[in-house]
Write a protein that binds this ligand. Structure first.
Ligand SMILES: Cc1cc2nc3c(=O)[nH]c(=O)nc-3n(C[C@H](O)[C@H](O)[C@H](O)COP(=O)(O)OP(=O)(O)OC[C@H]3O[C@@H](n4cnc5c(N)ncnc54)[C@H](O)[C@@H]3O)c2cc1C
Length: 306
């Protein structure tokens, strides 16, 4: 008997789901239990019952920023997949946490709503983008969020205004003291503009992204945060690591702050490169790069560097 046996009978829950299927990098062992749901009530019930039975819960979105352990993740992994988009007025859109940011950018552009064009460059969900204060091309979530609603470990709702989320560079309260809360929805601030003008700006961001970052190949986005007044990619390149391989993973020859999956990479291959890049930059330039990618599962517990 295990504490989570009741999950086997819970509608929609699957056992031993391969998480590589849910990772844009294509890597990750099995989830002990896994569910995709768009029902906030179902999520609330799962959170409460998992807390009562001491089953750990891990939220995932589109798996674009997470390196999932080759050994998988213990407990229940949940993808909250509410992709609803509702225009409240010319200044406000109300979104489910499962909305993909590029879709949000394109749908808003088509409706003549400006302000979220940066979303075209963030291939992840709204919920995770609030969690990590995602940003691109000069705008970040902190600048457009009005408020968001999450569920705590007992499934109770908590609504926070943007100012209460303690946003900073790729950080929010959800990464520390509210770790364990599941973000279910958010309202973003927009403003009216000509649809073709908004679309032209999203297209320009997309073109810049294609020109400067690996495109059409599996990656995890930026591996390290940019240190103050510097660029992680420039430092890794200056440490002569562009193109460096470990197993099936490679430091992108196009942009050194990206690791790409060139040939059936494992999470261990990626972590080897992460450590090489971190330690080389530390030795050569005395800069302690902080990891931007999130490691989930066994390696997260074993690995504290970078
Ligand atoms: C090619 C590429 C380019 C990228 N460019 C950018 C960029 O320009 N700017 C940028 O900021 N990021 C960028 N990223 C990284 C990534 O897209 C963002 O961090 C995005 O916000 C992650 O969304 P996700 O749904 O994929 O999250 P996941 O990778 O699935 O999860 C990320 C974290 O969020 C947590 N989480 C997921 N859903 C929830 C929820 N509902 N409630 C609470 N916690 C949750 C997870 O537990 C995990 O810790 C890029 C990634 C790639 C692959």
């Amino acid at each position: 008997m295990s504490a989570g046996d009741w999950l086997d009978a819970f509608p929609g829950v699957r056992r031993h789901e391969p998480l590589a299927r849910h990772s844009q990098f294509g890597v990750g062992g099995p989830a002990e239990w896994f569910i995709t749901t768009r029902e906030t009530g179902v999520l609330a019930e799962l959170l409460r019952r998992c807390t009562d039975s001491r089953v750990p819960v891990t939220m995932i979105g589109a798996g674009s920023n997470t390196l999932i352990s080759d050994d998988g993740i213990d407990g229940l992994v949940v993808r909250h997949d509410d992709r609803s988009l509702r225009v409240v007025d010319d200044h406000t859109v109300d979104l489910g946490a499962g909305c993909m940011m590029p879709r949000v950018a394109l749908d808003c552009a088509a409706r003549g709503l400006a302000g979220v064009e940066f979303g075209i460059g963030v291939p992840g969900t709204l919920g995770a983008s609030v969690y990590g204060n995602a940003g691109a091309f000069g705008t970040e979530m902190a600048g457009v969020l009005i408020d968001c609603t999450s569920l705590d470990a007992r499934g109770e709702p908590l609504s926070l205004a943007a100012a209460e989320c303690d946003f900073s560079y790729r950080r929010s309260r959800f990464k520390d003291e509210l770790r364990g809360n599941a973000i279910v929805s958010a309202r973003l601030r927009v403003h009216a503009d000509e649809p073709e003008h908004v679309r032209a700006r999203t297209d320009a961001i997309q073109a810049e992204r294609k020109a400067t970052q690996p495109y059409g190949i599996r990656s995890l986005g930026s591996v390290f945060k940019n240190p103050p007044e510097n660029k992680a990619g420039r430092l890794i390149e200056a440490a002569d690591l562009k193109g460096r391989r470990s197993g099936g993973a490679q430091i992108s020859p196009k942009h050194a702050n990206f690791i790409v999956n060139v040939d059936h990479a494992t999470a261990a291959d990626v972590l080897t490169l992460v450590h090489i890049a971190h330690d080389s930059v530390q030795e050569r330039f005395g800069i302690d790069l902080e990891r931007e990618i999130i490691v989930l599962g066994k390696e997260a517990a074993d690995d504290h560097r970078g």
